[in-house]
Design a protein around this ligand. Structure first.
Ligand code: GZL
Length: 317
């Protein structure tokens, strides 16, 4: 399926149904706008809700779990028909999810998982976060082909399921390759600004010539790190190989310009499958699978990244 098809899957086809849809009111507790990917997810969620004729109540938590919990309690008090939750961290959700369950309001997780009993949510729409990290590790192992490589890692938000799972997956990907070693690993909180600051500290601590590769849990931290690498007088993508995850347009541009080496695509369209599942459950009681997995695709310099960049920008990404 082309990126365009995944991004707007359902939205256009559903247009005629929009009038038929019950007048559903959906609460959406979004983490914030920490990355280009997150901003795209918010845009696509609004489009997908509008295409179905749903009334979307949006709450931006600015990266704070207490704001998400407050928003969920507000949605419950309003008596919304369903809740979408992108959980900033994995723990601390049991109480508010139980309150939603008592109010008979289904909750669907978007792009991240929670450490709560699966009976407390209708389904989770996410990628295979461990697989993404493993693909990144395997790519680097193949790229280095046995040559020694000292790796630095920019982790996502501490305690979030992508940070936990992408770290574990990458370690699986490099397992058995004794030439590869993670020498520094620290959170950059999924943001460009923190990615730059932490990469500057890695370069200072290790010495610019002693870092062979960067693995960043998302492209935005990688783009920030590219700036730091350039300011250190090094060539990103050459002196320091860079692999990350999301496949935002700026990652395709960096790969096209030889300043980054690989990224694994995460679709911003988690809402399409989520709203389909919610509508089927509310209208005919259809119980979805507990996990709706979205695709992951590796992009490298072998792909036409300039064309993919243009396509994603043309779609408003
Ligand atoms: C992963 C998602 C991550 C993105 C980041 O599913 O939660 O959050 O990879 C975003 O860009 O901050």
């Amino acid at each position: 399926m082309t990126f365009k098809a995944t991004l707007f899957a359902g939205a256009v086809a559903l247009a005629p149904l929009a009038a038929a849809a019950d007048d559903l009111t959906i609460g959406f507790s979004q983490i914030g706008s920490e990355s280009g990917w997150r901003a795209a997810e918010t845009t696509v969620t609004r489009q997908q809700a509008e295409a179905r004729g749903f009334d979307l109540k949006f709450a931006d938590a600015q990266q704070k779990q207490e704001n998400q919990i407050k928003a969920l309690r507000g949605f419950i008090a309003q008596g919304v028909d369903g809740i979408l939750l992108a959980p900033v961290v994995a723990t601390g959700w049991d109480d508010v999810l139980e309150e939603a369950q008592e109010a008979e309001i289904p909750v669907i997780l978007m792009d991240r998982m929670v450490d709560a009993d699966e009976s407390l949510y209708l389904t989770a729409v996410t990628s295979d976060l461990v697989h993404e990290g493993k693909v990144a590790g395997e790519w680097l192992a193949a790229e280095m082909d046995g040559a020694p490589c000292r790796i630095v890692e920019l982790q996502g938000t501490t305690g979030s399921s992508p940070a936990i799972d992408r770290k574990a997956g990458f370690e699986q990907g490099i397992e058995g390759h004794d030439n590869l070693e993670i020498v520094r690993s620290q959170t950059g909180d999924f943001t460009r600004s923190q990615g730059k600051v932490v990469m500057e500290s890695f370069l200072k601590a290790e010495g610019a010539g002693n870092i062979c590769a960067l693995y960043a849990h998302n492209d935005d931290m990688a783009v920030g790190a590219i700036q730091a690498i350039k300011e250190a007088g090094l060539a990103p993508g050459k002196d320091i190989r860079i692999v990350a995850i999301d496949a935002v347009p700026d990652a395709h541009l960096a790969i096209a310009n030889g300043e980054m080496n690989a990224t694994i695509e995460l679709t911003p369209n988690m809402a399409g499958p989520a709203l389909d599942a919610l509508q089927a459950f509310l209208q005919d009681g259809t119980e979805p699978a507990k996990w709706i997995q979205t695709e992951s695709r590796l992009y490298t310099a072998a792909d036409d990244n300039k064309a993919v960049y243009e396509e994603k920008k043309s779609l408003g990404y």
